[in-house]
Design a protein. Structure first.
Length: 365
């Protein structure tokens, strides 16, 4: 690494961390002002509020890292241009492609760190954050958790759960279907219940699943019988409350392995997994937005006339808004199954990378 590279890396990292810290503080202050009344009304302890915002920090870092990276690139290159250092570098034989190298390497390292943050640190933090919202801010389970989950019990049983309350260990809108062992297309029994609760039927029994207020259908050939019940033991069932809690998490609460396993289970249950595939690929694609922003921002700033920091910040906001709007629009098509999930997740990066490369080619060496 040359003296020039070290100089650029130092300036770039300093500007990046300063920008990221500024964005982090702004987001935390704004969110705290919005939720302060809710925390006070709910009598949430100060240490719990602190835990909440510590858990919220990785989400902000994830969202603001590409923005801070772009802002730092625009600021550093703009300052080099304003102080006539960039023209001096060009006159000494340093091309823009060579100048771009330290920016790109730093952005790549930050992206790899973001992959780890997005895949393992952020899901754990989101679990803590959402847990505090559910318990202390009393946000509804429907708003903070997944609905309509499916579980396979062996080869012949499928269990569907509408919602699950972790506090009372109660599942609602439950269906259990038992199929014939010799022909998995033939339905033998079906239980439909308003609730399924993990409880002890009596003081001498162990905890087990109990169905509350439902019906049981028994099918035999063309005949079927229907019975209603107020409470019915499910019987032998390997599904535990922790299994439901794990699957009830949203994609933001699952790491790469958990989300991949969840998608496989949903596919086996015959569900459309387009939305979750988009979320899975987005976990990997979004961190590399930092590299795209640098490849887009450095040539853009180098080819601009000498402008102030306010103009650079305005350009940064405009580019970020266009990028996020494009990303969210493509996600809508991916969620609906109109676009391939892999293409959906990477489309914004591909478009901005192409624009960055075109702009780079147009800039004089």
């Amino acid at each position: 690494m040359t003296i020039l590279d070290r100089y650029i890396v130092k300036q770039f990292l300093t500007s990046f961390f300063f920008g990221l810290l500024a964005f982090l503080l702004i987001f935390l202050v704004i969110d705290m002002m919005e939720k302060l009344d809710d925390f006070i009304d709910a009598h949430v302890p100060a240490e719990t509020v602190l835990e909440y915002y510590i858990a919220f920090t990785p989400e902000i870092i994830k969202l603001m890292t590409p923005v801070a990276m772009l802002l730092a690139a625009l600021f550093v290159v703009g300052r080099l241009n304003a102080q006539n250092e960039l023209p001096a570098m060009k006159s000494s034989g340093v091309s823009l492609y060579r100048l771009l190298l330290p920016f790109t390497l730093v952005a790549l390292l930050v992206s790899l760190a973001s992959v780890y943050l997005n895949g393992w640190v952020l899901p754990t933090a989101n679990q803590k954050k959402l847990s505090i919202e559910r318990i202390h801010l009393r946000q509804s389970l429907e708003a903070t958790s997944r609905s309509n989950m499916f579980f396979h019990e062996g080869r012949t049983r499928i269990i569907s759960v509408g919602f699950y309350d972790t506090q009372t260990k109660t599942a609602t809108h439950v269906s259990i279907e038992d199929f014939a062992d010799t022909n998995l297309t033939v339905l033998r029994n079906r239980y439909d219940s308003f609730q399924m609760q993990w409880m002890k039927p009596d003081s001498t029994s162990e905890e087990q699943w109990m169905l509350n207020r439902g019906t049981e259908r028994v099918l035999s050939g063309m005949n079927q019988s229907l019975e209603t019940f107020s409470m019915l033991p499910v019987g032998k069932l390997s599904l535990s409350p922790s299994d439901i809690e794990k699957k009830q998490r949203k994609p933001d609460e699952m790491n790469y392995e958990d989300l991949k396993e969840f998608i496989k289970n949903q596919e086996r249950a015959g569900q459309d997994v387009s939305r979750w595939l988009v979320d899975f690929h987005s976990k990997l694609s979004f961190p590399f937005a930092s590299v795209i922003m640098v490849l887009f921002g450095v040539p853009f700033a180098a080819n601009r006339p000498k402008t102030g920091a306010a103009v650079g910040f305005g350009i940064c906001v405009a580019i970020t808004f266009i990028y996020l709007a494009f990303m969210k629009t493509s996600q809508v098509f991916g969620y609906n199954g109109d676009l391939n999930p892999l293409l959906t997740a990477w489309l914004a990066n591909i478009i901005f990378l192409a624009v960055g490369i075109i702009n780079l080619i147009r800039v004089r060496k």
